[in-house]
Design a protein around this ligand. Structure first.
Ligand code: PXP
Length: 245
């Protein structure tokens, strides 16, 4: 069965909305692990709009599954990652004005910088994943620069409003997952996945892990973290199929 990594950024978003000390993203991470999550994800942004360095440091102490740090490949962030040592770093693009991560990292354009970042992290014992669009050239480049994993950007599929667009975007994800798998990259997927869109991934056994935040935290506001995570774990369990697509 594919793993579920729960992104707790939006617990911090709520905290920052009031500049308060609560709700505590660390508590949400503990609840997610208790409910069956296989990993905890946080994105430390340059502008610290939700997650702060303090959150990542405490999470490093308490996460028992796997701590995944999303970050831009900047000198500042690399320094923090080498100091805190998450289990995995997922390299993402970052723009100050964006509401959320808007696209995959263009590792063809930024190849040298990303290649150096991958080497630095790996030399320090941190596994490296790169968040990219389902584009075959980007995936081949991820393989060439020695990334351990890719995370396929599922946003265009999840946000598609027509059936035609949904089908086209999903077929790009299928191709990307298969080529990633063939190149022996770990294949993860994330962005915009909710309790409905997750069902489309049935039988796509090449995906090792789903990284999901907004939909789980949104449901947790109404049902509690335990139920929200358990509901998603159950849907992921139901995806496993022995039939080839
Ligand atoms: N993966 C990456 C690389 C992301 O940047 C995000 C958003 O922070 C997610 C997954 C989770 O996306 P969502 O919050 O839409 O589930």
């Amino acid at each position: 069965m594919a793993h579920l990594a729960v992104n707790v950024d939006h617990v911090a978003t709520l905290r920052e909305a009031r500049g308060a000390k609560y709700p505590e993203p660390v508590a949400a991470a503990i609840a997610a692990e208790t409910a069956g999550a296989d990993g905890v994800v946080v994105h430390l942004r340059e502008d610290r709009r939700h997650i702060h360095e303090r959150d990542v440091r405490i999470l490093r102490q308490i996460v028992r599954t796997k701590l995944i740090l999303e970050m831009a490949a900047t000198t500042e962030m690399l320094g923090i990652a080498l100091d805190i040592k998450p289990d995995v770093v997922t390299l993402v693009p970052e723009k100050r004005e964006e509401l959320t991560t808007e696209g995959g990292l263009d590792i063809i354009t930024h190849k040298d910088n990303i290649k150096d970042a991958v080497a630095t992290l790996k030399n320090n014992g941190i596994d490296v994943c790169i968040f990219i669009d389902p584009d075959l050239d980007q995936i081949k480049t991820a393989h060439r620069i020695d990334a351990d994993m890719i995370e396929i950007h599922t946003g265009a599929f999840c946000d598609a409003t027509s059936e035609h667009k949904k089908t086209a975007e999903f077929s790009r994800i299928v191709d990307a997952a298969k080529i990633g798998n063939k190149l022996k990259l770990g294949v993860n997927a994330g962005h915009g996945i909710c309790y409905n869109t997750i069902k489309a991934f049935k039988g796509l056994n090449e995906i090792n892990e789903f990284s999901i935040g907004h939909s789980i935290i949104s449901r947790a506001i109404l049902t509690g973290m335990d139920q929200a995570v358990k509901d998603m774990v159950q849907l992921i369990k139901e995806l496993k199929s022995n039939e080839a697509l």
